[in-house]
Design a protein around this ligand. Sequence first.
Ligand code: GDP
Length: 434
Amino acid sequence: NPVVAIVGRPNVGKSTIFNRIVGERISIVEDVPGVTRDRIYSRAEWLNHSFYLIDTGGIDIGDEPLLVQIRQQAEIAIDEADVIIFMTNGRDGVTAADEEVAKLLRRSNKPVVLAVNKIDNPEMRDLIYDFYALGFGEPYPISGAHGTGLGDLLDAVVRHFPKGGGQEYEEDVIKFCLIGRPNVGKSSLVNAILGEERVIVSDIAGTTRDAVDTSFVREGQEYVIIDTAGMRKRGKIYESTEKYSVLRALRAIERSDVVLVVLNAEEGIIEQDKKIAGYAHEAGRGVILVVNKWDAIEKDDKTMAEFERKIRDHFPFLDYAPILFVSAKTKQRLHKLLPLVQLVSDNHAMRVQTNVLNEVIMDAVAMNPTPTHNGRRLKVYYMTQVAVKPPTFVAFVNDPELMHFSYERFLENRIRDAFGFEGTPIKIIARPRK
Ligand code: GDP
């Protein structure tokens, strides 16, 4: 998905516009633990285009002076985005800080759409003319307060999206990435995987932007590790802003089938790990929890079970994800990693037969009566799988409002028991029967 960044000095209304564009998407995100507080990245839709929206104003640069912060945020946008929305405030006119942002954006050669916010009524439209001076062509008047002008603005944004995107690799290639905070051992794991005896590294493909993917073949199966260079990159901004590396991880997740969430056995699990894992889950990718540096801790016969329990406590939303304890250093259990990636990738793309699925569902409903609400009982008539990656099921019911979360969970578990979807999230959507 293309990435769109909103840039501009403070108080021009970036986060209001962000929330307007993202809209109800936010409330969906809210269901996922660990993803809730972050309102800086989200997926958004416009005219059948799905894209990532970033509010660079929300990226915490630290205690730098204002101008330095604005500059760094602009640089992040230039690095990461396919299209930049440059936001200004019509009531303030063109300020020195706007000029500063403009200077950076002009040098970047990225497509920029200029938005003039706080144009709350037609009489204020004349305020936009000063903004031609910034050199980005037609300024788009918008109002965060009223939500007006956003349609035209987004039309202009979408026109700049890269053409013909979509499938980068063949369908049968397994794409995966390793994500996790700095120093958990991602680079070491990549090197260990590629150094495995039966692995033939065929090429390193320079793909989108500065992402570098590594492709290899093992036992006849082709794999691509998404963005192997990015995880090693250590620029100034990468270090000064934790959230920037999350953004990088997000993009890798988007392009992958399976995500290896790498944890550090030495340091346990921290908030940041949860956030990162939350993104993988929300994106609907297959997930494997990889606990690295297993060599580095003192262990007895209970350590692994205890660590496993800790992980399940911290990541209740990833209860489907297998856990693998490895060491990049001693290579312990590393030979299990790629077969597990393959298994999870297969499950992520698995399609089940409708008649078998409905036998399972009818048995489940017979075993555990459907919930009632205000004297009305949920009826599940029929279920069918409508998509893969991740497996997505539609349940035709009398009234979707009656489908309680816990019952959906129950059905999901029955489906998992029957078909074995280890490592992949499953989506169930309740629809009224026509
Ligand atoms: P990244 O930032 O996640 O890519 O982490 P690196 O791969 O750069 O590793 C960070 C540090 O941890 C380096 O000093 C590695 O040598 C060390 N390291 C990586 N994997 C292991 C491991 O399995 N065991 C031990 N003991 N150290 C490791």
